[in-house]
Design a protein around this ligand. Sequence first.
Ligand code: SF4
Length: 299
Amino acid sequence: MKSLDNNINDNINDNKLSASSSISCDNLRVDCEKCFGLCCVALYFSSSEGFPENKDAGKPCINLQQNFQCKVHENLTQMGLKGCTAYDCFGAGQKVAQVTYNGEHWRKSPEYAEEMFQVFLIQRQLHEMLWYLIDGLKFQEDHKIQEKFRAIISKTEELTNLSAGKLLALDLVPHRMAVNSLLKETSEMVRKKVGGSNKSTLGRKKAFGGGLNLMGADLRKKDLRGQNLSGAFLIAADLRGTDLSGADLIGADLRNADLRGANLTNCIFLTQGQINSAKGDLTTKLPYTLITPLSWKNK
Ligand code: SF4
């Protein structure tokens, strides 16, 4: 059997999903320049979760300027605005702004504002699914399973191109279930390959919500390869120098987790938002799909 590294290298051109699909991780990166500050308006947020203030959904953040740029963008980390740095729309913002509404925005067309915000929330779910599916595909070596992935990626991409009205009428539950089933199979296959098991060897109980409670844990001497860390609470955990190859990190809370020197190159289902909320530096090894946060470079 090929190693995880070889398998990923073989699939590194996963962006060639099919002749009819052009989607890649690059399309799923946040591009605030092409958005109209949708996440900074559409979402409800609270200051206790690392946002600048408590605000209702649909109300613009106090730091959102008329040109849709964030007034404090350069200082989000220093200001401790973890909610902002950790939020990842997976490119749904620019899709809604530029494709679904073809450049119309909520300030110019306030009568559509509420609808745009609802569409953004749906589009974000679809883009998030695409992110995980593209990530999962790169680990697959079975051609039949690869085809299943390509088909569901194309279907999901098709959904993102629907009109606002059709997006609002979508029942995402069956589609999400089909996506989740493929992701779960992938997680099991990858973790097994690196010798992980379904049983955690970390000696921690599950917290509310189903993820392992590893808040503040010193995990430097633990073998984390192939561990199921999906939904784990890793807030402020010490992961320095650890090898997370084949570990499933879907939905794990990595706020303030220390990733200096950690190897995340071949972990599964990691997102830019998770990385942005953690601590790291230039010795942290990331999957090729993720970008080293600016704040890590200045250490
Ligand atoms: S502080 Fe900036 S990034 Fe955060 S919600 Fe407000 S405008 Fe958006």
